[in-house]
Design a protein around this ligand. Structure first.
Ligand code: DUC
Ligand code: ZN
Ligand code: ZN
Length: 495
C-alpha cells in the first residue's frame, strides 16, 4: 500500500497559527496533509524531537540581481540568494523588479521573471519598484502588473535617480487604492541628505561614518510623517520599510493610534548594529552602510518595542549585497567617499537566526511573535495567505526545523551568499534551522543543499489582506482622515 505521506516530521513542537502542538506533520504532494500525534509513517520520516517546527520564513524585502539606482549590480543572483535564504530558514522571498526611469514596466517584470525562473531554489514573488509613473505606466502598465500578481510596489522619497515627488506619490497612492495594491515607502528626505552630505564632503568628512550623519534621523522621520499625511489624505494604506529611528517608530505608533492605515517593517541591522559600527579603521565601516543607517542603542530599543507591541508588522532583511571592492562598496578604491559607496547590507541567511537567538531565546518576543514577524504577517500583507506563512492543513509544506540549543559563532565562511563578508562576523548566537522544507522537498539538511536550480516557483500574489484597526489596548481608533469625506463629497475620492 502506498504511504499516506511523502514526508512525516515526528515529535516536534509545532507552531500552528496561535497554538503549539507537540506531535507530527504529515506532508503529501507538497502540502501539509495532517497535523497530529502518531501519524502514519511517510515515505520519509524526519525526527524533530527537541526541535521547534515553524513555518519557513518569508523575506518580503530583499534586493536580488538588481541594478541599484547608482547602477551597481548586487553580488547575489537568484541562485545564491535563494540558497542563502534557504540555509537561514527562509522558504519564500519577495525581491524587487526594479524599474529605472527609461524602462517600461512590462520589460522590467519580464526580465526579472526570466532570470529568477532559471535560478531560484525556493518560491518567490516580486514587488515592483516604480521610478517613472508616466502616463502609460499609470494608465496601463501598473494596473496590468497588479492584475498579474505583483500586488505591492515600492516608491522612493530619496535617491535622485529613483525618487518620486509628493505629487507623483499622491497619484501612485490613488492608483494603488483603486487597484488594491500595497505601497511600500522608502521614507527619507532627499534634500536634507543632499544638503548635509555636500557640506560634510566639502569639509573633508568623507569616511563611512559620515553616511550616518548625512542620513540624519530627522530626514527619516520627516519623510515618514509626510508619507503618512499623503496616505491619509487619499485614504490608502502604506507600509513604511526599513524603519531605523526611534522617533519614526513613535510617529508610526501615534498615526496608528489615530486610525491611520500605516504598516511598518524593520530589519536586523536596526536591532543589532549602530552608527558606531560605521566608525571603523579605513573604509571598513562601508560594510555597515545602508539607508537609512543603523542609529543608536535607544533606537534599537524602540525598534524592539515596535516589534513587541505590534507597531511594526514585518521583519525583513533588506538584503542588498554589495562586495567590499570596486564592484560595490569601493567604486573609487581608497578614494571612495561615503557618497560613492553602494548602500546596503547582506542579511538573507542570518535574518531569522539573529531574531530567534536575541528575540525568542532571550525572552523579548515569544515564538508566536517570531512566526508573525518572520512569516505569517508577510503572507497576509503581501497576498500569500493561506498558501504560505502558516503551518495549517492545505498550506504549502514550507517548514523549518529549529534546533534551539545549537550555538554558532557567525562567520561569513559558513554562509552561502556571494558578498564576501557579514556585518555580524564573530557574533555568537543560539538556535539554528537545521532542516528546511520547501513545498514538501527537504532542501537543506545536515548543512547540505538538496534543491535544483530553477526548482523555486513564481508566486502570483493576491491582494493584500489587511486587518484594521491595528488593535492597541487603551487607544481610541478614530476615522483615518476626516478630510477624506470632504474629498469624496467633491468627487476627488470614491465614497
Ligand atoms: N537602502 C535602500 O534603499 N535599498 C537597498 C539597501 C539600502 O541600504
Ligand atoms: Zn529602501
Ligand atoms: Zn531595500
Amino acid at each position: 500500500m502506498a504511504q499516506p505521506f511523502d514526508l512525516t516530521i515526528r515529535h516536534g513542537r509545532i507552531v500552528t497559527g496561535e497554538a503549539i502542538v507537540e506531535g507530527d506533520v504529515g506532508v503529501r504532494d507538497g502540502r501539509i496533509a495532517a497535523i497530529g500525534t502518531d501519524l502514519a509513517p511517510g515515505a520519509r520520516d524526519v525526527d524533530a524531537a527537541g526541535r521547534w517546527v515553524l513555518p519557513g520564513g518569508i523575506d518580503s524585502h530583499c534586493h536580488v540581481e538588481q541594478l541599484s539606482g547608482m547602477g551597481v549590480m548586487g553580488a547575489d543572483d537568484f541562485y545564491s540568494a535563494t540558497v542563502s535564504a534557504a540555509f537561514g530558514g527562509t522558504t519564500t522571498i519577495i525581491p524587487f523588479a526594479a524599474q529605472h526611469r527609461a524602462k517600461a514596466v512590462p520589460d522590467v517584470v519580464r526580465d526579472y521573471a526570466e532570470r529568477a525562473r532559471a535560478k531560484a531554489v525556493i518560491d518567490y514573488g516580486f514587488h515592483l519598484i516604480l521610478a517613472n509613473p508616466d502616463e502609460r505606466t499609470m494608465a496601463h502598465d501598473l494596473p496590468e502588473a497588479i492584475r498579474g500578481g505583483i500586488t505591492s510596489l515600492k516608491v522612493y522619497m530619496t535617491y535622485d535617480a529613483m525618487r518620486l515627488d509628493d505629487y507623483q506619490l499622491l497619484d501612485v497612492l490613488d492608483l494603488a487604492r483603486e487597484h488594491g495594491a500595497l505601497v511600500m515607502v522608502h521614507a527619507e528626505n532627499n534634500d536634507i541628505i543632499k544638503w548635509l552630505a555636500k557640506r560634510l564632503i566639502a569639509r573633508g568628512h568623507t569616511a563611512p561614518k559620515f553616511h550616518a550623519v548625512a542620513h540624519d534621523p530627522l530626514a527619516e522621520a520627516e519623510a515618514a510623517n509626510r508619507a503618512i499625511a499623503l496616505a491619509r489624505l487619499v485614504d490608502t494604506p502604506i507600509l513604511i520599510v526599513h524603519v531605523a529611528g526611534g522617533s519614526t517608530v513613535e510617529l508610526i505608533r501615534s498615526a496608528q493610534n489615530l486610525g491611520a492605515h500605516v504598516l511598518a517593517e524593520s530589519c536586523p541591522q536596526y536591532l543589532f548594529l549602530t552608527a558606531d559600527d560605521l566608525d571603523r579603521a579605513g573604509l571598513e565601516g562601508a560594510k555597515f552602510c545602508c539607508s537609512p543607517p543603523p542609529r543608536d542603542a535607544a533606537s534599537q530599543e524602540s525598534v524592539w518595542q515596535g516589534f513587541m507591541d505590534g507597531t511594526l508588522q514585518t521583519y525583513s532583511s533588506d538584503h542588498a549585497p554589495y562586495r567590499f571592492d570596486e564592484t560595490g562598496k569601493l567604486p573609487k578604491g581608497d578614494q571612495t567617499t561615503f557618497k560613492d559607496m553602494a548602500n546596503g547590507v547582506p542579511g538573507l541567511e542570518l535574518r531569522m537566526p539573529l531574531l530567534f537567538s536575541e528575540g525568542v531565546l532571550k525572552g523579548r518576543i515569544d515564538i508566536h511573535q517570531f512566526v508573525r514577524l518572520t512569516a505569517s504577517n508577510h503572507a497576509d500583507l503581501y497576498g500569500l495567505s493561506p498558501r504560505k506563512g502558516r503551518i495549517a492543513v492545505g498550506a504549502d509544506a514550507d517548514l523549518a526545523i529549529w534546533n534551539p540549543d545549537r550555538e554558532t559563532r557567525i562567520t561569513h565562511a559558513a554562509l552561502h551568499d556571494q558578498v564576501g563578508y557579514t556585518p555580524y562576523e564573530g557574533k555568537r548566537i543560539k538556535g539554528w534551522p537545521e532542516v528546511v522544507v520547501s513545498r514538501g522537498r527537504v532542501v537543506v539538511e545536515d548543512g547540505q543543499l538538496h534543491a535544483e536550480r530553477g526548482s523555486g516557483q513564481y508566486l502570483r500574489r493576491d491582494a493584500p489582506r489587511l486587518a484594521w484597526p491595528l488593535r492597541r489596548p487603551g487607544t481610541s481608533q478614530r476615522s483615518t482622515n476626516p478630510l477624506s469625506k470632504a474629498l469624496a463629497d467633491h468627487g476627488c475620492l470614491p465614497d
